[in-house]
Write a protein that binds this ligand. Structure first.
Ligand SMILES: [Zn+2]
Length: 276
């Protein structure tokens, strides 16, 4: 019989002192032997017990956890090995990835979608950060994409007209000046007119758009800028250019009356004809 800590504890009084006499008596009576055997039996049983059966899901979770631990513990070693492997298998990796993607396309796409859904704020933050780092580049990319994929754009627009309308409305509300400029440029392009620098037109527009009042180029009256339009002196339909030199501030009244008349005809209606 092995005198283990557990057996010694059996002689301990509640106050922590050790009752040697009681303990020896228990030893003599064979009680300690019984207890010792019981402990040994339990230890043996625990040692031989088979690990509990895991369900497929539990097994997957366990393996995943093992993987994560392993990766965390061998991070540097793995990074070196990966680098070595890549150096000695140039090109293969790309092929391997492509083949893997092809073979598991449905699953990977579903996983990706699921991930994006769960991490939407993260994704949006990432893209807006990336856009802000180089807006010119991504604007150009986006324009390129629009040019290359008119069918996709049209498909989206016809699939979700409400979405497109809502977006346009939101843009008009948030940035009316920008939208107006874009629309003017679009009209000019559609009519095949020469266009000046969009940036300088925007600067010109900003220079008066936020003032309280402005003077109409045609009738010379002072009008609130909310009633002013940016007008083409020589109408686009008459071969006018969409550029700063051909733009003026016009009150809405004059602009609507003038429409696309020639300057000569329009001048006859003005109190003070404009010299060009
Ligand atoms: Zn006017």
């Amino acid at each position: 019989m092995r005198i283990t800590d557990e057996l010694i504890e059996l002689g301990r009084n509640p106050d922590g002192s050790f009752d040697l006499v009681e303990w020896i008596r228990a030893l003599d009576n064979g009680i300690l032997l019984e207890v010792s055997n019981e402990i040994a039996r339990m230890e043996k049983k625990a040692k031989n017990a088979k690990p509990p059966k895991l369900s497929a899901e539990e097994k997957r979770d366990r393996n995943k956890a093992r993987c994560v631990t392993y990766h965390a513990e061998h991070k540097e070693e793995r990074s070196i090995k990966n680098k070595e492997w890549r150096a000695s298998h140039k090109g293969e990796e790309k092929e391997y990835r492509a083949a893997y993607y092809k073979a598991n396309k449905e699953r990977l796409r579903a996983n990706g979608k699921e991930w994006h859904k769960k991490n939407r704020p993260k994704v949006l933050a990432y893209f807006s950060e990336r856009y802000r780092s180089n807006p010119q580049k991504y604007k150009a990319q986006s324009r390129e994409w629009y040019k290359k994929n008119p069918d996709k754009v049209a498909a989206f627009e016809s699939r979700s007209p409400a979405k497109v309308r809502a977006y346009a409305k939101k843009r008009r509300k948030e940035k009316p000046e920008e939208v107006r400029l874009i629309q003017a440029t679009y009209r000019a392009r559609k009519m095949g007119c020469t266009k000046g620098s969009a940036a300088s037109i925007a600067r010109w527009d900003k220079s008066w758009r936020f003032r309280k009042t402005a003077r109409c180029f045609w009738c010379n009256s002072k009008v609130p800028t909310r009633d002013c339009h940016a007008d083409h002196i020589l109408a686009l339909s008459k071969g006018g250019k969409h550029e700063i030199g051909n733009l003026c501030i016009s009150c809405s009244h004059c602009n609507l009356r003038k429409s696309s008349q020639s300057i000569e005809k329009w001048n006859t209606k003005l109190v003070q004809p404009v010299l060009l």
